[in-house]
Design a protein around this ligand. Structure first.
Ligand code: PLP
Length: 391
């Protein structure tokens, strides 16, 4: 069967070059980087080479990169680490309503420890307001955490301006840039951020490995103990094969990014145009400030889950809202924050493109989608009432 994968915001395949970079550390040079012998020294060398590559890709210094197990751990380390380190100065944290759960739930959990959390609303396109942010900052504010690009609707936030506002008031600024690497230019000095989260499996690296950028001089307090790895911020034997893979993957992600972005942007716009032609379909997220690979639509009178299963039967892999929340019946917190009603949110579909997708893939989706939507709508009692009204 023809298979079309359009779920790259959930995860991406490991590139052949990345696997090749990982192999030696699963086989011949399998040493522990803390060991003094040759096996250990080879592993240590790989670790530091990967650190250099990650640092170079985002315009940081190697000492500012800490390897973790992925985006979730990086977000936890950044938020909890800064909150604890700056507790003396204040207890106020600002975030946004459309953050990934790894950010939102971490902030909300800190409420139970006496922190106050302001969750900024977003407009209908998913953008926070800089005026509202400015007004929310108090003398007790210690941390702002706002994502660079949203994983569900693709909206890009004005990160550099947020960072500037934070620094004017002596507030530490963290951004979850997991969806941005390989899709947008990410340079920490241009973004005015103090901490930045990354995850390898979102840019053709392996799963279970990520990194946190921590600007030199940023206070962070550890909460895991056991060893002196990663400057004691992330104790435990390092995932050397994964880290070596991440180093190679970020190099490839940043290399020739413009061309890949141009390719997926073309596919994205063709897909959006075709989907809107189906009728009773709306685009979610920002019309222009959106990830080059993100399409998120609400298709009236159908259920996202039914649509996904029907598309799966045709070999097409997409998702409804966020893969993390599928399996629950609650509509996505992101779509609700954009002001969608329950029914519209439930009929939403996310198609996230990769550089390997082709025009043929897009045309195949556009060919099967109208038939599936028509069939599902024919079974929908709500749709039957609607067509009666029109008659
Ligand atoms: C995928 C994702 C995460 C979580 O990353 P993992 O490496 O899967 O833990 C965090 N934030 C965003 C925006 C994501 O898309």
């Amino acid at each position: 069967m023809k298979r079309v994968y359009m779920d790259h915001s959930a995860t991406t395949p490991v590139r052949a070059e990345v696997l090749e970079a990982m192999m030696p550390f699963l086989t011949l040079t399998f040493g522990n980087p803390s060991s003094l012998h040759w096996f250990g020294r080879e592993a240590r060398k790989a670790l530091e080479e990967a650190r250099d590559k990650v640092a170079r890709a985002i315009g940081a210094a190697p000492q500012e990169i800490i390897f973790t197990s992925g985006g979730t751990e990086s977000n936890n380390l950044a938020i909890r680490g800064v909150a604890r380190a700056r507790r003396e100065k204040g207890n106020h944290i600002i975030t946004s309503a459309i953050e990934h759960h790894a950010v939102l739930d971490t902030c909300l959990a800190l409420r139970e420890e006496g922190f106050e959390v302001t969750v900024l609303p977003v407009d209908e396109h998913g953008k926070i307001s800089l005026d509202q942010l400015k007004a929310a900052i108090t003398d007790k504010t210690i941390l702002i955490t706002v994502m660079m690009a949203n994983n569900e609707v693709g909206t890009i936030q004005p990160i550099a301006e947020i960072g500037r506002l934070a620094h004017e008031r002596g507030v530490t600024f963290h951004t979850d840039a997991v969806q941005a690497i390989g899709n947008l230019p990410v340079k920490v000095d241009d973004l005015n951020c103090d901490l930045l989260s990354m995850s390898a499996h979102k840019f053709y690296g392996p799963k279970g490995v990520g990194a946190l950028y921590i600007r030199k001089g940023t206070s962070i307090k550890v909460f895991n103990f056991g060893g002196s790895q990663e400057r004691k911020l992330r104790p435990g034997t390092e995932n050397v094969p994964g880290i070596a893979g991440m180093g190679r993957a970020i190099e490839l992600a940043v290399d020739g990014m413009e061309e890949k972005v141009k390719h997926v942007t073309g596919l994205r716009d063709r897909l959006i145009e075709g989907l809107l032609k189906i009728g009773d379909v709306r685009l979610n997220g920002h019309p222009t400030d959106r990830l080059p690979n993100n399409v998120n639509v609400s298709i009236r009178y159908v259920e996202g889950e039914s649509l996904i299963l029907s598309l799966d039967l045709k070999g097409i892999a997409v998702s409804s809202g966020s893969a993390c929340t599928s399996g629950s019946l609650d509509p996505s917190h992101v779509l609700m924050a954009l002001g969608l009603d329950h029914q519209t949110a439930h009929g939403s579909l996310r198609l996230s493109l990769g550089y390997r997708n082709t025009r043929e893939d897009v045309d195949y989706v556009l060919e099967v989608m109208p038939e599936i939507v028509a069939r599902l709508r024919a079974m929908s009692p709500v749709y039957a009432c609607k067509t009666k009204e029109v008659e």
